[in-house]
Write a protein that binds this ligand. Structure first.
Ligand SMILES: [Zn+2]
Length: 347
């Protein structure tokens, strides 16, 4: 799910653009979220123009960075050839419609905005449901997590409107990036690898010729990617995430370009750090279940709820649920389905 943080901090302005590899440029755009601050987008020069990988949110500050990047590289709107998305979260998808429209206004055919089939399906679910249905679903879900005031976690109209504004116009999207196949992005050919966890249909893109990896939010250098369980997410996102990390250890990634933060050059050690983090978190969560607890109880124990706003409570609870769900699958916890789910330790 998205980061719906509304407090606007003054984001840093145009850092412009940095070349990170042959034919690959990073554009670091500001996002108005306290926890993230920036999202990395990438421009790849190809035979038919420029390809954009992830786009940022439509804010004046982000557009200023993009304009500076386009100026610096001599890119006109009509030069955009395709837009590739690692996953559906607003900070990656936000400007896709804007770029699509710019290219079209410049007389270009419709520039494809491409994403994996599963992410395409999720976008359809999010955009296809009305606010009332969504709120009912969320309230029922947070009630089962044991929240005393489940309606208090609903996205406020102000939050939804604020986020929607940063994602307009709505792009025409194609869900044709299939894991296991290759895709030409810029002048390179990338293997598309399914990397679930942060989002069910998340993709990373690997160019074996020089070990360049577009890593999206699957592996980040300084923070651990948020792995959480929301209504509609496939079972055990954390288990699928950890499996995926294990499978990526043999990948010869010299340079991994993440969705947030700097280039990762120590690929395998970083995977190990992320695994260790979750192993420790799993132990802490199991311990916090004590003699029996709801998801909310455990999240209050693990995260200090006093200081959390509505958005952070949603994140804390859904992240806790991902861990408890995984522990249940491993036979370390047992879940009882009463009005609210509650867990007890096994053995
Ligand atoms: Zn992101």
């Amino acid at each position: 799910m998205a980061d719906f943080e509304q407090s606007i901090d003054s984001p840093t302005l145009a850092e412009g653009v940095v070349q990170v590899a042959e034919g690959v440029y990073r554009v670091t755009t500001p996002v108005p979220f306290r926890a993230l601050r920036t999202v990395n987008c990438y421009l790849l020069r190809g035979p038919d123009g420029w390809d954009v990988v992830d786009t940022g949110l439509k804010t004046p500050e982000a557009l200023a960075v993009w304009n500076a990047a386009f100026d610096q590289l001599g890119i006109a709107p009509g030069d955009i050839h395709q837009i590739i998305l690692t996953h559906h979260h607003p900070d990656h998808l936000g400007l896709a419609g804007h770029f699509q429209q710019l290219a079209q206004e410049a007389g270009r055919r419709v520039v494809p905005v491409r994403i994996s089939p599963r992410e395409f399906e999720i976008i359809g679910i999010i955009w296809g449901s009305d606010r009332k249905t969504r709120n009912q679903l969320m309230e029922a879900f947070f009630a089962r997590c044991g929240l005393p005031d489940p309606a208090g976690t609903n996205f406020s109209p102000r939050e939804i409107e604020g986020m929607r504004r940063m994602m307009l116009p709505t792009p025409a999207i194609t869900g044709d990036l299939r894991p296991g196949e290759t895709a030409q992005i810029g002048a390179r050919w990338f293997e598309m690898i399914h990397t679930p966890g942060h989002s069910d249909g998340h993709l990373i893109f690997y160019d074996p010729t020089d070990g360049l990896l577009l890593a999206g939010d699957h592996v980040l250098p300084h923070i651990t990617p948020n792995i959480s369980f929301w209504p509609g997410v496939e079972p055990d996102p954390l288990g699928r995430y950890l499996n995926s990390l294990g499978g990526l250890k043999t990948l010869d990634a010299n340079q991994a370009l993440p969705g947030h933060g700097g280039v990762i050059t120590e690929w395998t050690p970083r995977l190990g750090v992320l695994e260790t983090h979750h192993d420790e978190r799993l132990d802490v969560m199991q311990h916090a279940v004590g003699r029996g607890a709801t998801v909310f109880d455990v999240s209050q124990n693990v995260f200090s709820h006093r200081r959390l706003d509505r958005h952070q409570i949603r994140m804390a609870v859904t992240e806790t649920l991902a861990h408890l769900d995984h522990l249940t699958g491993r036979g370390r916890l047992r879940r009882h389905d009463d009005d609210a789910w509650w867990y007890e330790q096994v053995g």
